[in-house]
Write a protein that binds this ligand. Structure first.
Ligand code: SIN
Length: 312
């Protein structure tokens, strides 16, 4: 069977499919469950400089083809995840920190702290849609630029950006320019689709309490948008030179889904909603399914298939 080994920004992963930030990765026990699963990396919950309770409940609801959530960044605070990273080192899997601030200074403080930590990669979350009164940072190119200017030279650990979905090529071009200018090592796209609304017709109410029911849409609903973003960024980011690694996320629940992301140009993928539904066994299953597909199609590994989407 073809091995699905891969690499993100020079960091090796034993296989292609790991956990997405935000699902069962907030506490040390949850992170240990990921470490003990077939996930080839340990992705941690996006943290803020201080601990946060997050938004009021209910803030998560399953939907027929995915889920909607408005968590509001509940997390134990940056210092705790630095401590977790050192305790998780014994599992010998890459550890990925995720930071989400409210101003450039927040990102600077957390980036400095994680650069000195046992985390291997730092994902800079510019796309949380769930904070009342705040826009998703990556939709404001000048604020994103201010944040990157604060953090890009802080240390040697690779820095990546977690991006929101873009619906227009011009926005992807602007973001690709920033990514190149600040030597961003990897991108993770896409975050949930913000400002979705799910309604319960029985109770005639919203499904979620915070933000008048508006939240981030996840799962099957968002897969084609995620694929579109991956493909455009793959084209825009020097695909021949392989300089910027791309992590795909959005509606992956089978090896066949993961293979579609691979064809679009993703170096690895993350699983969120399927992990929530199925638990940590999903990583073994999806990685195996992908390896079977690669083997059946005669690919020796992910590199050979990466970006190989054919046009009609
Ligand atoms: C949340 O905690 O609200 C989700 C995080 C995110 O969307 O980035």
């Amino acid at each position: 069977m073809a091995a699905a080994k891969t690499e993100i920004a020079g960091v090796s992963l034993a296989c292609y499919v790991f956990n997405a930030s935000g699902v069962n990765d907030s506490t040390f026990e949850e992170l240990e469950a990921i470490a003990n699963s077939a996930s080839p990396a340990i992705m941690m919950k996006s943290c803020t400089p201080e601990p946060r309770k997050g938004n009021d409940k209910p803030r998560y609801s399953m939907l027929p083809y995915g889920s909607i959530q408005c968590m509001g960044l509940p997390n134990l605070g940056c210092k705790e995840y630095i401590r977790f990273a050192s305790k998780l080192k014994k599992y010998k899997k890459p550890i990925i920190a995720s930071i989400a601030g409210f101003c450039p200074g927040d990102y600077k403080i957390m980036c400095e702290a994680f650069q000195k930590s046992d985390a291997d990669l730092i994902e800079v979350n510019l796309s949380c849609p769930n904070i009342e009164g705040k826009s998703q940072i990556a939709y404001d190119t000048s604020l994103a630029e201010d944040i990157l200017a604060e953090i890009w030279k802080i240390g040697k650990k690779p820095i990546g950006l977690k991006l929101p979905p873009y619906y227009d090529y011009a926005n992807q071009e602007d973001m690709a320019e920033l990514i190149k200018r600040f030597n961003v090592s990897f991108i993770t796209c896409i975050n949930s689709i913000g400002n979705a609304l799910a309604i319960n017709p029985e109770t005639e109410t919203t499904m979620l309490k915070p933000k008048k029911g508006f939240g981030g849409l996840c799962g099957d609903y968002i897969k084609p948008i995620a694929l579109g973003n991956i493909r455009n960024f793959y084209e825009l980011l020097d695909k021949e030179k392989n300089k910027v690694s791309i992590i795909g996320v959005g509606g992956i629940k089978s090896g066949s889904d993961a293979f579609e992301f691979l064809l679009a140009g993703a170096d690895a993928v993350q699983v969120g909603t399927a992990f929530e539904r199925e638990g940590p066994s999903c990583f073994k299953r999806i990685n195996k399914e992908l390896e079977c597909i690669l083997g059946k199609k005669g690919y020796k590994g992910v590199q050979e298939a990466k970006g190989g989407l054919k046009y009609l």
